[in-house]
Design a protein around this ligand. Structure first.
Ligand code: FNR
Length: 329
């Protein structure tokens, strides 16, 4: 891969403290297994916001897949479909959502609130018509994070021949993705008025915002710091999870992303109350290494490791894990 593009995929904001801390947070947790639970064969299946999943591991929305592999987002979608999980298509995808949908697996669509509401509605309707089953609204990006590697590399735009295909307006012109610092909670109410799709908010870290999310009728929240690409110094997601889970009090599912790298990481997040996790960079690495097969193998490996870790921790299903099975040292 072009090292400039690799820096885009791997890097984060500022000094990348949060990028590093997301993974480190998992290293500080230890699993306390239960024994003689007669689990038999494990059952990894779950349902989130009406979408059935073969395992509680989804593909996080990440931008510009054609820079990682010529087959782009379509390959990622094929890899996700092969393992029976959902892919969240980024608003910054380099292929049209209709084409990505041809892979056949369940898709959700990620949206950055745009200041132009008519255009936002147009994009949402397009995702809906393409068959996306949920809308993931990224709420941690009122402005764009400062990515030092990209600034150093002069990487500010897609190379020619590539475009954010889902940012085309009705006339076929590609709009730039705007970060909208004027968006407030009323925008969520407005979005609920323009789509019947379940809405999940991505980028919740504070328990008070988790409460507000419940009050605004969303179908789920994703505890996320954007993989450390927005606010450097933001709390590692695993550290934020317990308070969000407590605030939501079982009313809606809580998902988590950031730093999930192996099956035991998934076990820890599930035991602390996550319904499912999403993975960003591991999927991009799989895509870069082997296209759709690479994505499938990365996801399969996580599911296999999760199955093994569940058995060894004494759980048959993800919901059998309990918070007392994780300690911090
Ligand atoms: C992202 N992320 C992201 N999030 C989003 O809502 N819209 C987007 O377009 C992108 N684009 C994007 C590009 C790249 C290269 C990365 C690494 C991340 C954030 C992503 O959805 C997720 O929150 C993190 O990637 C999760 O952390 P890990 O799994 O990469 O550690």
């Amino acid at each position: 891969m072009d090292p400039v593009h690799q820096d885009f995929f791997e890097g984060g904001a500022g000094r990348e403290r949060t990028v590093a801390a997301n993974e480190r947070a998992f290293q500080r947790r230890w699993i306390v297994p239960r024994v003689l639970r007669a689990t038999g064969d494990r059952d990894l299946r779950t349902t989130v916001a009406g979408t059935p999943l073969a395992a509680p591991v989804l593909v996080a929305p990440t931008a510009f897949h054609r820079l990682a592999h010529p087959d782009g987002e379509t390959a990622t979608a094929r890899g996700a479909a092969a393992v029976g999980t959902a892919m969240v298509v980024s608003m910054a995808a380099t292929q049209p959502v209709e084409e990505i949908a041809s892979a056949g697996g369940p898709l959700w669509f990620q949206l950055y609130p745009q200041p132009d509401l008519d255009f936002t509605e147009y994009v949402v309707k397009r995702a809906e018509s393409a068959g996306c089953r949920a809308l993931v609204v990224t709420v941690d990006s009122p402005v764009f994070g400062r990515r030092e590697r990209d600034l150093r590399n002069g990487f500010t735009d897609l190379p020619s021949g590539y475009a954010c295909e889902n940012m085309r307006d009705a006339a076929g012109r590609v709009r730039s993705i705007a970060m909208d610092a004027t968006a407030g909670w009323d925008r969520i109410a407005w979005l609920r008025g323009v789509t019947g799709l379940p809405i999940l908010l991505k980028g919740i870290l504070h328990p008070a915002d988790a409460r507000l999310a419940v009050e605004h009728g969303v179908a789920g929240v994703i505890v996320s710091n954007h993989g450390g690409r927005q606010l450097d110094g933001a709390i590692p997601t695993l550290d934020a999870l317990p308070a969000v889970v407590a605030a939501v009090d079982g009313q809606i599912p809580v998902l988590l992303d950031g730093g999930v790298r192996c099956g035991t990481d998934v076990v820890v997040a599930l035991a602390l109350g996550a319904r499912a996790v999403l993975v960003g960079r591991p999927v991009v690495r799989g895509l870069a290494a082997g296209g759709a097969v690479g994505v499938r193998e990365a996801l399969e490996r996580l599911a296999t490791e999760l199955d093994l870790a569940l058995a060894l921790a004494g759980a048959r299903r993800p919901v059998d894990l309990t918070p007392d099975q994780v300690v911090t040292r």
